[in-house]
Design a protein around this ligand. Structure first.
Ligand SMILES: NC(=O)c1ccc[n+]([C@@H]2O[C@H](COP(=O)([O-])OP(=O)(O)OC[C@H]3O[C@@H](n4cnc5c(N)ncnc54)[C@H](OP(=O)(O)O)[C@@H]3O)[C@@H](O)[C@H]2O)c1
Length: 286
């Protein structure tokens, strides 16, 4: 009876609420396709339960876990080490457990970067990021580390944009700039990449960030972090202008791929994972 292998590799996610997070379906489709005997357990963990959840994962010899809201900063207290970009971002959404040690990573910006690289390189580019929340900060750091030349952060609350711009100026080779956002935003001439990293458009196919679309050219690469609906109003309007566009599904899929590479050293099939998400979110907005 020995060697039957009735023990699966364990991974998963800690967040709350967690019921609408489709990552489990996406990652397990990838595991199944790769023939891996691995599971991804989507756990509802309240803020007060994080320490016990982390101890439990360690005790059960999970190889790693994702953490989402509200744990991305709180989990820092439980780590033995932290990767460079996650340290700059100041938040961790992916933890690897190796020989009982917990190592924190941030795959938000890395997932975006992998998706962006399918259409263009950020090296030497001028980038504008709308929003200054966790997603914007992670994307700004990864694009700066990947060689972007100039990154402008545009946000209603200008102080949040200034914090990210200062981080880019102090800790990377890129130039960071902050701009307060009121009324319709006009894209500066010479911008190569425009990214919506606000939550505008999430679950609402008609909502779009207030941007003067006439200030874009068809050479502008336009990306949205919103995964659902994948084809946001913003992307549809940009596509109508002839811009190359990038949806938020690619970022989500690549985060899953990168997480599993960190945990297992295996690269899952991104097309299988993307198809799983498209089946869940529906393709009517494609
Ligand atoms: N595709 C993926 O894999 C992926 C990964 C991570 C996040 N996301 C998505 O990214 C989005 C942002 O996430 P987050 O964690 O960065 O959220 P967050 O920290 O709450 O930040 C939200 C940002 O959106 C801005 N914002 C919200 N409503 C606005 C409005 N009406 N007008 C102008 N700005 C507005 C906020 O501006 P103020 O600061 O002025 O309030 C803030 O900068 C979410 O929708 C999330 O689903 C996607």
């Amino acid at each position: 009876m020995s060697g039957q292998g009735f023990r699966s590799i364990l991974t998963g996610s800690f967040s709350t609420p967690c019921a609408d997070n489709p990552t489990v379906a996406m990652v397990e489709a990838g595991y199944h396709h790769a023939g891996l005997d691995a599971r991804y357990i989507n756990c509802d963990v309240k803020a007060s339960g994080l320490a016990d959840a982390v101890k439990g994962a360690k005790a059960m010899e999970w190889v790693g876990f994702n953490c989402s809201l509200p744990h991305k900063v709180a989990v820092l207290d439980h780590l033995d080490d932290i990767a460079e970009s996650a340290r700059l971002i100041g938040a961790v959404n992916c933890v690897a457990i190796r020989e009982g040690k917990l190592i924190g990573h941030n795959t938000d910006g890395k997932g975006f970067l992998a998706s962006l690289k399918t259409v263009t390189s950020p090296a030497g580019k001028r980038v504008v990021i709308l929003g200054a929340g966790g997603a914007a900060r992670a994307i700004a750091v990864e694009l700066a580390l990947a060689g972007a030349a100039h990154i402008t952060i545009v946000n209603r609350d200008a102080s949040k944009a200034e914090t990210i711009a200062a981080l880019i100026n102090d800790k990377t080779e890129a130039t960071g700039e902050a701009q307060a956002w009121s009324g319709k935003f006009s894209l500066p001439t010479g911008t190569d990449i425009l990214i919506n990293a606000t939550s505008i458009g999430l679950g609402d196919p008609n909502a779009a960030p207030p941007v003067e679309m006439g200030s874009l050219t068809k050479e502008t690469v336009v990306a949205d972090v919103i995964p659902n609906p994948p084809q946001t109003r913003f992307l549809k309007d940009a596509k109508a202008l002839g811009c190359t566009t990038l949806d938020g599904l690619g970022m989500l899929v690549n985060q899953g791929v990168i997480g599993v590479e960190i945990w297992l050293g295996r690269t899952l099939d991104s097309a299988v994972m993307a198809q799983t998400l498209e089946n869940i979110f529906g393709t009517e907005n494609k």
